[in-house]
Design a protein around this ligand. Sequence first.
Ligand code: RIB
Ligand code: CA
Length: 321
Amino acid sequence: MTTKIILDTDPGIDDAMAILFAEANPNIELLALTTIFGNADIETGTRNALYLKERFNLQCDVVKGTDKPLYREPVGASVAVHSENGFGGIAIETPTITADPRPAFQYIIDTVKASPGDVTLVAVGPLTNLALAYNHAPEIAELIKEVVIMGGAFGTHEHTGNVTPFAEANIHDDPHSADIVFTAPWQVTIVGLDVTHEAFFSSDYIDTLRDTCGEVGQFMWDISRFYLNFYKERMGVNGCFVHDPSAIAYVIDPSLFTLRKGPVRVVCDGPAVGHTLQKYTDTKHKTDEWSDMPAQNVAIKVNDQALLDLYLDSMTSYGAE
Ligand code: RIB
Ligand code: CA
């Protein structure tokens, strides 16, 4: 069965790897890329999404999202990780196509209402477009099939944060929106650092993508040079963790992941801003701002080898078309 998805994204190198994975795998129907600030500013990220659509003939819509978080001061683009142009500094031609005229939150509302029960929202950047969609039309919560997020860090396997000691980038960029999304009455599955730091694309693996996946493999290899250099300098590893493609892998094959259930909240200010917490026990407390919230899924374990095999198989078949 194919799953229809809207992919909310801040392209971004691992975002491009996730977008092409969603396009490649036959179990996903990619309806749209809705863009968000994050790895790059909104103009650059939207340009990158349009570039991918035009270059790889994606049939999805591209829709521009909001340029800033709901309340916090913007933290700025992740230039050190993804480069000034978001795609590792490779030459990107200006696309000749344009985005859908609607703002992303309105596109999400319209699309979900047109196909009730059918659409999965997958978000791999800050959650502002999703929070705006919910705030404008809370009735969409019961019309959405599932919300799948790459973001957060709950401390499993000692993975607690990547941009601060206790926060992951997508949640840190807009903690208020994340708290709205996690406490809304829809089913959210959170694929955070707990599992994305447990799956690794080695440099050799990315060489294999280049050698077996045609033009798309060469493109992923080209954009990932800058990214791998960041990982080598910052963490001393030869490759990169599998962030955004992991959210797509969950949609394709949820059995790759072990989930833990319970309400989730986000710290919205102070030194732990962006920290994500899940209450996963039945313990009663005098004061508890978790328990009345919907129980969400947090991924705490991944079959990393099967995920890597799934990614390579999908991209190899796609590259051969
Ligand atoms: O923390 C990793 C996440 O932040 C990924 O979605 C990456 O693309 C950046 O947005
Ligand atoms: Ca991303």
